[in-house]
Design a protein. Structure first.
Length: 221
């Protein structure tokens, strides 16, 4: 019996620990949008959104919605001092100019080389690139936040992506509901496992071979 899988909020909480103080960070649609809820105390993270916002707060709760303050996933945000609004073209110029320290994106598939596929499911025949390709190419570091397997139980961490790529060799770290995996030049390195999971159990639902970090430990949230 494996341990329970982490929920979406727990994945986001673990990702938040990777964001250094003062970092400029873009959060993609899905699990990544939850990361702004879990910035460690005493740490300042400046969030960027493709629709033209810099330095926003966590998601707004009921009764605090502002129709003029939303993220790329159309979720309401809370304002913070120093927030700036500007044209979407300027937001993309920031990405393409290399001014985003970290992007956190969801994924359909990630390869052992760090290739990212997250914009289309071929069997559905529809997809939306949005800002993902710009972020994959322009962000200094790319973290993927996702479930480890798809709804049919098939691995999403693969030797080769079978879906059309968003970017090649762009992913630095994969945080899932069962593990934290670093993408290195020599392959995938298992850094952490979710509570109740063993490295062997994580390997069984991961297509490529996982090397074990010398400091391998249980994930702390």
């Amino acid at each position: 019996m494996t341990g329970p899988r982490l929920d979406r909020e727990a994945i986001a909480m673990r990702v938040a620990k990777e964001l250094p103080d003062g970092a400029y960070v873009n959060l993609g649609i899905g699990i990544p949008t939850l990361v702004s809820q879990f910035v460690p105390e005493g740490r300042t993270v400046i969030y960027h959104a493709e629709d033209g916002i810099l330095n926003y707060g966590p998601l707004a709760g009921p009764g605090h919605e502002d129709i003029d303050l939303i993220n790329a996933g159309l979720q309401f945000l809370l304002p913070v001092p120093g927030m700036a609004y500007f044209h979407s073209a300027d937001a993309f110029a920031m990405i393409r100019g290399g001014h985003i320290d970290i992007a956190v994106l969801g994924a359909f598939q990630v390869s052992e080389r760090g290739d990212l596929a997250n914009w289309i499911r071929p069997e559905r025949g529809v997809g939306n690139i949005g800002g993902a390709m710009d972020l994959a190419a322009g962000a200094k570091r790319l973290i993927v936040a996702m479930e480890h397997t798809d709804p049919r139980g098939k691995p999403k961490v693969l030797r080769e992506c079978s879906f059309p790529l968003t970017g090649s060799r762009c992913v630095s770290l994969i945080v899932t509901d069962v593990a934290v995996i670093e993408v290195t030049p020599s392959g995938l390195l298992l850094r952490e496992v979710a509570p109740g999971w063993t490295p062997k159990e994580v390997q069984e639902i991961t297509e490529p071979r996982l090397a074990l970090a010398a400091s391998l430990k249980e994930m702390e949230l």
